[in-house]
Ligand binder design. Structure first.
Ligand SMILES: [Mg+2]
Length: 307
């Protein structure tokens, strides 16, 4: 689970006036922020893309692309649309204010501004941004196990799939399912079932830092392994399988609980069109692991040409 960043919040000022940048630099130098500046709209958008700042201060009147257009570009970008934008403008007509807020700006400060007021508004926007980030993260985490949830799994697998298509470095998916979970719940009660899921989650989380363990649903888990081909994925899954098998259970001495694993390696899946094909293939392999006796690992059939 990645924690919220503890580094200084980043503020990006986009304004075509050097004077404003100098003023901000001098007056905000002792604030607990990291200030960045762009004197041109397109450069500002580029910087927003690489920095992903916590707050953007945006001038309206700029040559070429104006502040409204910059705001529209920000709002059209999935990675940037949640960054609070504070408009800074010399004209400050009622129409501009309304238009800015309608387009999604969180605040509006008129030039010339009192730096004390601007600081207060930046602080307020940072507070809101912190809450938004916390909520966004909460919405992607499974409440019981603390692993990433299904929503995150779908999005992340889509990203990794697209990335792998652009720069192939290996991408495998491990699907994992607790054996006989329904019977466990029936015999030992649901709190015990929850404990089983939590223990398995801990094991899945204790793997390599690059592996992305998610609760797929119920007692099924999906672990995305970037930069990993099939053989290595088998080793990873085997470590999980062996560790889980060795767990001891309170109130159930001697009881051995196991899990089955299905692996799909994208490079050996002929004709995979999208991330869902990887899920289908890993799921089919998992099904075979169940049929072939459980507590084992199966791989999606390789379609590599035989040598
Ligand atoms: Mg200007």
């Amino acid at each position: 689970m990645t924690a919220l960043p503890t580094s200084l919040p980043k503020v990006l000022a986009i304004d075509d006036s050097e004077l404003i940048h100098r003023l901000l630099r001098v007056r905000l130098q002792y604030e607990q922020i990291e200030l960045h500046g762009a004197v041109e709209a397109r450069e500002g958008l580029r910087m927003a893309k690489t920095l992903v700042p916590d707050v953007i201060l945006l001038d309206i009147e700029m040559d070429g692309m104006d502040g409204f257009e910059v705001l529209q570009s920000l709002k059209a970008d999935l990675d940037l649309q949640d960054i609070p934008v504070i408009f800074i403008s010399a004209t400050a007509s009622m129409e501009d204010r309304v238009r800015a807020l309608d387009l999604g700006a969180v605040d509006f400060v008129a030039k010339p501004f009192e730096v004390v007021e601007l600081k207060a508004r930046v602080r307020s926007a940072l507070r809101v941004q912190h809450l938004v980030k916390m909520l966004a993260q909460k919405a992607q985490v499974d409440g019981l196990t603390g692993l990433w949830n299904r929503t995150y799994f779908d999005r992340r697998l889509g990203q990794e799939f697209a990335e792998e298509r652009r720069h192939p470095r290996g991408l495998s998916l491990v699907m994992c399912d607790v054996d006989g979970f329904k019977r466990l719940n029936d015999e030992c009660g649901h709190p015990f079932g929850d404990l089983v899921l939590e223990r398995l989650s801990k094991i899945l989380q204790s793997g390599r830092t690059s592996d992305i363990a998610c609760r797929y649903g119920g007692e099924e888990f999906g672990i995305i392994l970037p930069n990993t081909a099939g053989d290595e994925a088998i080793e990873v899954a085997e470590r999980y399988r062996a560790a889980f098998e060795q767990e001891t259970w309170p109130g159930a001495p001697g009881r051995v609980i196991t899990a089955s694993f299905g692996i799909a390696d994208l490079s050996s899946l002929a004709g995979a069109q999208g991330p869902e094909d990887l899920v289908v293939a890993a799921d089919a392999a998992l099904y075979r692991a169940k049929v072939n006796g459980r507590n084992r690992i199966e791989c999606a059939p390789s379609h590599r040409p035989a040598h």
